[in-house]
Design a protein around this ligand. Sequence first.
Ligand code: C2E
Ligand code: CA
Ligand code: CA
Length: 753
Amino acid sequence: MNYFEFEKALFIKSEQIRELQLELDETNRGILILTLELEQIEEEKLREGMETVQQLQKELEVTNQGLLALTVELDQAKEKYRNILEHANEAIITFNEKLEIESFNPVSLALFGYSEPELLGMSLEKLVPGFKKIKQEQSNNVIAQSTPLVFGCRKNGLFFPVEITIGEPFYNENKTWMAIIHDISERKKTEQGLRLMSRIFEDSHDAIIVTDMHSNIIDVNLSFTAITGFSKEEVIGKNPRIMKSNLHPSSFYSAMWDALKESGRWSGEIWDKRKDGEVYPKWLSMSAVKNDFGEVSHFVGIFSDITSRKKAENRLTQLAHYDSLTGLPNRTLFMEKLNWSIDLANREQRQVVLFFLDLDRFKIVNDTMGHQVGDQLLVNVANRLRHCVRKVDIVSRLAGDEFTIVITNIDHIEDIAIVAQKVLDAFNTPISLSGHDFFVTTSIGITTYPDDGLDIDKLLKNADTAMYHAKSMGKNNYQFYSEAMNQKVHDEMELENNLRKALENEEFFLHYQPQIEVSSNKIVGAEVLVRWKHPKLGFISPAKFIPYAERSDLILPIGYWVLETACEQYVKWQQQGIPPFILSVNYSGVQLKKPGQVELVASILAKTGMNPENLKLELTESVVMEDAENIINTLHKFKKMGISFSIDDFGTGYSSLSYLKRFPIDTLKIDKSFVDDIATDADDEAISSTIIAMAHNLRLSVVAEGVETKEQLNILQAKGCDQVQGYYFCHPLHHDEFKDFMLASPEHRHHEG
Ligand code: C2E
Ligand code: CA
Ligand code: CA
């Protein structure tokens, strides 16, 4: 029931009471008349009259009772009305035709800030400016509601938005109206907030995406479409996954969701895909929105496209770290990278090589042709430098015509020389600029970490010193900082040159070292050892030149020659009556890894008539450590032919016997270094024992190499070593000597050392 209905009901009740009152007055009047009449009427008529009076009195009672009931009802209704008025949230005010306030409820006082006497009789126009107009405008309606925004005015002069309902009460003949005034400040604020929110949502430069708790998109704004290319319709109901770039590992996303679950927010850089497939960086802030029960109901993501910011950032780093002319790292970045390379080298126990380059006679070009040509020349030099080193090497421009190259991952000193030569060679062809051909050369100073110095400053100084040395040596060359290094490089390059010529000059020959079975003291095998006698330099140990041969691939023709010559020799010996034995030939990893080697070995066997059953190839432990699958494959092919294998220098690598089990090998050779100290060093003795026991377990035979004393032999014999090889029995021999040795009586061989 609204106020107006209630008013109406109250009014009706009051009307009823008035009617009853009239009725009662009527009855009372009747009784009075009758009483007057009674005085004049005779006695017989008195009884009659009394009856009528009694009748009327009864009627009067009934009417009175009705009146009583209605009065109670009216009181209750009035109480209710009062309650409503007092507790209403709205100001309820009645007023007369002159808009003077006649009554009001307590809220009215609080709302407008006046006291009771102040408000009584006050014009409503003062409380609500423009009230008269509102009333007039709405006068055709019985109940008028203010639609445009109307303001109330407090006593303190402050305005506030109100909603006004004006009604015409039913019960009063004097025109009285009632106004219900509702303070709508709060509602307006909320409305305004919402309007503001939606403005922010739509006008935001950042893309905004709202999903439900299952990550289904329920709303996106205009910027979202602008950035991603997806329209609202295309994404509603979809999972934001449609924008995923696949640039991040799944761990990235799980970390994001973990953070969202834990703290309710996450922000960070993320690379996503636009509709057209373009991948771009964005800065995304995600937050989880919770409902009244504390459960996540929505996720809101706000992101901006940071492509241009990234570009600007990159541009800045570019400017700070790169030389603007050549695009090479500048001194700052060079220092950083050198530091970084040194750290890495420390961890990996490697060396770092620093080249310091200075162009020869660059100043003359600059002075005669002008700076612009000079600059162009530098750009060309930078490009050539960039192209003659590997990607991992760092070329920088320090200043003017000074460049540096930092080289890591270098194992051998002559590789440094190769790179240095490559750099010099890069300037063999002239640089053409504005119709001129410029022959540019450079002088290079080389220093190495950690051998020459431990800190950057020292290294730079060394390299600079070495560079001046190169200049003084006539320019267009490289010099190492240390003289020893220069010498070493020189020697090694000469060695390689000599090695190249050694095969055609037939400077190689072979030695054969017998291998003796410990139990029977019989010669059961021989190891083939290559020898090189240089016409000027004399004998050069294979321990020295084989590593060079391996790096330059010269080991391939040399290895071929060794195997072919040894097999030829073996067949010859057989023909000369020497009983069969196992011929062990050292077989380099470089050979093993070259394709077509199985066929090559087979062709040598066929050509020489060597029985493969009598051929054993010695492989070093380190070789089988790399690329195991391929090696095992190749070994099996050799095995099928009947060739057997031994692992040379066993114990110096890091392979375990259980690892070696996968390889089809037959023999382990205990490295000489263990045999050397087997009589004096408990560790070496223990290692030898273990190797022998475990090898036997794996059904491998064991050969000890480098046995020089009877003591060593006795210990090895006690441990069950199968064969021995070493100076104690025999030095490596020339094939004639070897034949004699083999044909001599067993007693002869049974010497005492
Ligand atoms: P290796 O295969 O371990 O050969 C054994 C080395 O120990 C040989 O040195 C041999 O002369 C030496 N030796 C033998 N008995 C004793 C001894 O009782 N005491 C001492 N101190 N040394 C002993 P060599 O001939 O100088 O060969 C050195 C290394 O050169 C060989 O070590 C092998 O790895 C490699 N090599 C030799 N010839 C060839 C070859 O034809 N091809 C390949 N790929 N490598 C070869
Ligand atoms: Ca060997
Ligand atoms: Ca060896």
